[in-house]
Write a protein that binds this ligand. Structure first.
Ligand code: ZN
Length: 314
């Protein structure tokens, strides 16, 4: 049976790709509602230039609210030490530095070569090492465009492994595999997970981040789960994409992902009805933005028994 961790990335990956900017109060309300539905980890935003991504300009304020939610692991994305400092100051539990295996995409996305990303990972890791144990956020290097790039095309496995090894050597706690562009398939997912784990150890790769661009998101998740992966990124309503990877579209839909695992008897700890109810908040705060997902449209099967709602914390 077992359990998995669903890491909701809608407030970051999702909202950064929406034309409209969700007001801070709506972001906080939505994050609180998802946490109340049993979501245990949420990437609440990214500390990037508000000129580049005005949708993320209020990440500091959102972080300040999110860290007050009992039991929630609050994650943020940072492109550099400056972002990491803001995340540390705000009390984030987890910080993710994206490293695009496609150097073309890396330059477009965070304006850094591979050597510069690794140098940044090192200064962030050194900074984190200065913090006392209990206040040190978990540090993940995310290998984006690991399955292919809309700018460069195929991405060589050897490059993925070299990036993974370099991130771990720089001091990351672990690496994540991200199919930013939706090029992956279950066979390549299995192959790459085995190869990366072979290179950096199984304990250094526990999470994956898939987009549903070609409809293979859930198939890829299942393949990754069968390889022993336990943390899965997804976004409510399948919001998401990448503003600097043309043609990339939304993440795996959280509602469908939770449905799949719960139907299989694998615990997510999430109350699916309560989670689906939070779609109305997004629809209201982002008028005109399309929300995806089969389960929310079809409803739960008659007699479906997902996990009971979590006991209120505190
Ligand atoms: Zn993504």
């Amino acid at each position: 049976m077992g359990s998995v961790l669903i890491s909701e990335v809608g407030p970051r990956d999702g909202l950064q790709n929406c034309k409209a900017v969700m007001p801070t109060a709506d972001k906080v309300r939505w994050i609180r509602a998802m946490a109340a539905a049993g979501v245990k980890e949420i990437e609440i935003g990214s500390f990037v230039s508000p000129k580049l991504l005005p949708q993320m300009a209020d990440t500091g304020e959102v972080l300040a609210e999110a860290v007050t939610i009992p039991g929630l692991t609050v994650a943020v994305l940072v492109p550099n030490l400056k972002g990491a400092e803001a995340a540390i100051a705000g009390g984030a539990h987890k910080i993710t530095l994206p490293m695009s295996v496609s150097e073309t995409h890396s330059l477009r996305n965070i304006r850094k070569t591979h050597a510069e990303v690794i140098a940044e990972a090192k200064v962030i890791a050194d900074r984190l090492a200065e913090l006392p144990e209990g206040r040190r956020p978990h540090f993940e290097g995310s290998l984006s465009t690991a399955f292919g790039c809309t700018l460069e095309g195929p991405v060589a496995e050897a490059k993925v492994l070299a990036c993974a090894e370099a991130l771990m050597a720089a001091g990351c706690d672990e690496v994540g595999l991200a199919d930013t562009t939706g090029y992956g398939d279950p066979a390549s997912v299995r192959r790459l997970i085995r190869a990366v784990r072979g290179a950096v150890g199984a304990g250094a790769l526990t999470g994956v981040h898939f987009h549903n661009t070609r409809g293979l998101g859930l198939a890829n998740v299942l393949a990754a789960h069968e390889e022993g992966i336990t943390t899965f990124d997804s976004s409510l309503g399948g919001l998401g994409g990448c503003p600097t990877a043309p043609g990339a579209s939304g993440n795996v839909v959280t509602e469908d992902l939770v449905f799949m695992f719960e139907a299989m008897g694998i615990e997510t700890g999430i109350d699916l009805e309560a989670l689906m109810a939070t779609r109305a908040m997004v629809a209201e705060a982002l008028p005109g933005e399309e929300l995806y997902g089969f389960t929310p449209r079809a409803g739960l099967p008659l007699g479906f028994r997902g996990m009971p709602a979590p006991a209120p914390a505190g």
